[in-house]
Design a protein around this ligand. Structure first.
Ligand SMILES: [Zn+2]
Length: 64
């Protein structure tokens, strides 16, 4: 849906990387992008890799 501000497991802030991550993953290997953010733990890496930005789609079904 929307990127969580902090990693759900360890609590490290990850949301500030989201826009950079979306831009850089188009041209660079995802592993190198995550390494450049110094996200070492698998839980934080998963938070970025597993997120799908669905907020615009979900917003269409909002109650009026
Ligand atoms: Zn984490």
């Amino acid at each position: 849906m929307i990127i969580p501000i902090r990693c759900m497991s360890c609590g490290k802030p990850v949301a500030q990387f989201w826009e950079d991550f979306c831009e850089k993953k188009k041209t660079t290997d995802v592993k190198k992008v995550l390494d450049s953010f110094k996200l070492d733990r698998a839980c934080c890496r998963t938070a970025l890799m597993g997120n799908v930005d669905l907020i615009d789609i979900a917003a269409r079904f909002k109650k009026a």
